[in-house]
Design a protein around this ligand. Structure first.
Ligand SMILES: NC(=O)c1ccc[n+]([C@@H]2O[C@H](COP(=O)([O-])OP(=O)(O)OC[C@H]3O[C@@H](n4cnc5c(N)ncnc54)[C@H](OP(=O)(O)O)[C@@H]3O)[C@@H](O)[C@H]2O)c1
Length: 237
């Protein structure tokens, strides 16, 4: 169930199954079949083109059966969100998208707020441990404006970024396998950024996406999936 490529995946969140102790927080529906990345004969990725509204209807049935509590979206643009809302009998609770100071998502956040969707920011620290990191890409955790705020508040750059998101009402999901960082990342409730500092961080926006698979065409790095009919990032937001 779902449409292949990862761009059009409805996301089920807070899905609590009848399993003692364990709870499934997020279940992603993203592809069918046994092969993670099926390919055409010419080596290009084989896409599925299921209408995501049908996937949404299937997910609503899961809610109806009591298998999940809430369903939401990930990597949808504003038009796609409204597309779902136009058919949904159960509204999405959340939109999970990439967001950090270099990709502030101001318009999309306003769009979500107007429709009572919570925005969740994935890769909020710029995903510095990505295998496909490019040596020339901007390093968010080394941003001087963030470092200056970190110094002022005696916090780390990560804490400033998480506080900025939290203070503007965005849920963040920083990932860490390091105990000290996991603790650090939650210690963001004992200080408040000034309004002009909030604006200063938002102004760092440069439309930069860390999490877009790219391929090289004619020597240029281009988004791998831009030709997919449901690719969400060809539109402004
Ligand atoms: N919905 C989607 O399409 C989608 C796409 C991408 C990611 N996500 C989700 O978003 C979450 C986070 O994304 P991500 O892992 O790509 O990016 P991220 O949280 O921005 O970055 C994780 C990296 O930051 C480091 N880190 C964590 N806390 C730090 C701190 N306080 N100071 C310095 N470095 C710190 C981690 O190091 P250590 O682990 O070594 O401590 C790790 O290398 C994951 O749960 C992921 O599944 C969702």
């Amino acid at each position: 169930m779902g449409t292949f490529s990862g761009w059009t995946i409805p996301l089920m969140c807070s899905a609590f199954f009848q399993i003692p102790v364990k709870c499934l927080i997020l279940l992603f529906l993203s592809r069918r079949g046994d092969t993670s990345f099926p390919r055409n004969e010419d080596g290009t990725l084989l896409y599925d083109n299921i209408d995501y509204k049908l996937t949404w209807a299937a997910m609503e049935k899961l809610v109806g059966k009591g298998l999940v509590r809430a369903i939401g979206l990930s990597n949808f643009n504003s038009r796609q969100i409204d597309d779902i809302l136009s058919v949904a009998s159960i509204k999405p609770t959340v939109l999970q998208v990439e967001s950090h100071p270099y990709l502030a998502q101001v318009e999309l956040l306003a769009h979500c707020r107007d429709r009572s969707l919570v925005m969740t920011a994935y890769s909020p620290l710029g995903s510095p441990d990505r295998a496909w990191k490019h040596p020339e890409e901007p390093v968010l955790l080394e941003e001087p404006a963030i470092a200056a705020l970190a110094k002022k508040y005696n916090k780390t750059p990560a804490q400033i970024i998480i506080r900025w998101q939290t203070q503007r009402g965005v849920v963040t999901i920083p990932k860490s396998i390091t105990q000290s960082r996991i603790k650090e990342n939650i210690q963001v409730f004992d200080f408040t950024l000034e309004p002009e500092e909030m604006n200063q961080v938002t102004a760092l926006h440069r439309g930069w996406r860390y999490i877009v698979p790219t391929i090289t065409v004619d020597g240029k790095s281009v988004p791998r999936d831009a030709a997919h009919p449901h690719y969400p990032f060809n539109e402004p937001y």
